[in-house]
Design a protein around this ligand. Structure first.
Ligand SMILES: C[S@@+](CC[C@H](N)C(=O)[O-])C[C@H]1O[C@@H](n2cnc3c(N)ncnc32)[C@H](O)[C@@H]1O
Length: 255
């Protein structure tokens, strides 16, 4: 499978230097999603309410960039989309995603329950395991994302958690927003001030970003954006400082 050549320099702290095909999705889910923590719950509620108010036109196509081993961004888009593409580089995560669909594991039910709790909303009209038949998995490198292709987008814990280079953080956000049609709603989540992370004994990189960094990077790319820290105070791992959520609409891509 040819993933293309990442556009950024290939030195030891760049995205291309890390063993993404060895990413252990089972361990990652156990580490991060075995229990629905308060910060993820708040993010789900905010994304849900944002997507309800900015719902794309019927027939929309959604994308979750760097989907990895997390189904909740996809679940948040599902009621609004004719198709959702899970775009991912890692072979092990692609295999995990293929294995989860459409009859995903019960571990994701509490996440869906937060979405479905909103009364009189599109989430109440959907059986997620039936709707998940509309989800497809696409291998690829986000630095090679097609432009202007999708009507709704998510990118969770990817831009800041796939390189140690701030330049690649900015570039990942640019590729993500430019993959959307102008005006398309999006949600992007980030670990705040992350020191990097370990999955099954393998060290993966991060750029230690703040909400100000996210806003600075997104502002030139968007029609509309809000960026806010999300932190209930529960320290779920060493050096954890909460999450950051950006909600907005893509601007027109300028070359
Ligand atoms: C920290 S995980 C986040 C996974 C998931 N989105 C979540 O919310 O938990 C980072 C993900 O980015 C993916 N990734 C890293 N570099 C990538 C690239 N160049 N293109 C696409 N995906 C990439 C990894 O394989 C991994 O699934």
């Amino acid at each position: 499978m040819d993933m293309g050549t990442p556009s950024a320099a290939t030195h030891e702290h760049a995205n291309s230097a890390y063993p993404w095909d060895s990413f252990n999705p089972t361990q990652y889910v156990l580490d991060n999603y075995a229990r629905l923590i308060e910060d993820d719950r708040q993010i789900l509620q905010m994304v849900r309410d944002f997507f309800i108010t900015r719902a794309p036109k019927p027939g929309a196509h959604g994308v979750d960039v760097g989907a990895g081993a997390n189904l909740y961004p996809m679940l948040a888009m599902l009621p609004f989309c004719d198709s959702v593409t899970l775009f991912e580089r890692s072979r092990s995560n692609l295999a995990w995603l293929g294995d989860q669909l459409p009859d995903f594991r019960p571990i994701w039910d509490p996440f869906w329950a937060v979405l479905a709790a909103k009364e009189d909303s599109p989430y109440g009209l959907v059986d997620p395991r039936v709707a998940a038949a509309r989800v497809r998995v696409q291998p690829g490198d986000l630095f090679q994302l097609e432009r202007g292709r999708w009507d709704l987008g998510t990118m969770f814990f990817v831009a800041e958690s796939m390189s140690e280079e701030m330049g690649e953080f900015d570039e990942a956000l640019e590729k993500f927003v430019h993959a959307l049609r102008p005006g398309a709603p999006f949600a992007a989540a980030f670990m705040a001030q992350s020191p990097g992370y370990t999955v099954g004994g393998i060290r993966y990189p991060a750029v230690a970003v703040t909400a100000d960094d996210v806003l600075r990077s997104l502002k030139p790319l968007v029609e509309e954006v809000t960026v806010e820290p999300v932190f209930s105070g529960e320290v779920i791992k060493p050096k954890y400082q909460g999450m950051i959520l950006a909600l907005g609409r893509a601007g027109a891509a300028i070359d």
